[in-house]
Design a protein around this ligand. Sequence first.
Ligand code: DAH
Length: 341
Amino acid sequence: MSLTQEIENLIKEAEAAVIASKSDEELDQNKNNFIGKKGKLTSVLKGLASLSVEEKKTTGKLANEAQVKIESFVEAQRKKIKEEFYEVKLKNEFFDSLKSLPPLERGTLHPISQIQYEIEDIFTSMGFSIMDGPEVETDENNFGALNFTEDHPARDMQDTFYTKDGNLLRTHTSAIQVRALRNLKPPFRIIAPGRVFRYEEVDASHENTFYQVEGMVVGEGISIAHLIYTMETLLSRIFRREVKTRLRPGYFPFVEPGFELDINCLVCEGKGCSVCKQSGWLELLPCGLVHPNVLEHAKLDSKKWSGFAFGLGLDRLVMMRYGINDIRYFQSGNLRFLNQF
Ligand code: DAH
């Protein structure tokens, strides 16, 4: 076999071996095998010595071409191996960002915030504005201006958190009606939602921190009829059905007359059940006509101006709505409780 023929065969053999290579290592080995220093091409070229000058030239050229060709087979195969490697990797490691994301956990509004916002909507639709006030109040705003006498038991250290400088944590949002009377010109209608504080032993139905909405309307000729109409509108919208009310006398220093407003029991529709202790009624909120002393204290002529006020406890309202039996859940931060709303 001529040297030329041998080289041609070597090229074919090398091509087949390179194409069959499955890894870089195998490729390197084959490369070495054919065109390495001690490779097959080198040994074939040992035969050059016996050739004529002319033959040496052409065969030498062919050998160079063989070297280049085999190198290009190797590089082409190297590229192919690499591509296949990434193709497999891509297929196996495909990241489906939509499929594999954990379910999105959203926070929800606290049920007390939810009912507060509902109440705000109901009242703004009736022409009320929303007022705010500070949680640390003066004794005057929380008690004095509301006709509490100096020795009224509600001022007692046992009910009220006092601060070192002689102020207090407001015990009710009624402190904001004092601010309304001082800052707004009648006629006006306001509600004032907020957090209030009492120095209480905490149990299933008592918290030291809870939420109220105070309401106040001041105008000329405001009467109990306005109060009842406003309360029935509010309650029917909150409970999403017609709600009947009744007033019983109740005492609060800043209203005269003062009332406890009851609603017909929503569980038994007033027939009598264990929830309403067979009475057919549930005590819901205190209210009354603004005491003349409170108006006069704010320098309003109580002969000209009159008004009504009410205080709505949000915690109890939410408890009634959802059948929650322990007020302590609200401040617990317990996500298993909160995620239900
Ligand atoms: N501030 C009272 C309380 O927290 C509730 C209250 C009673 C508010 C009668 C009123 C009202 O506006 O007229 O116990």
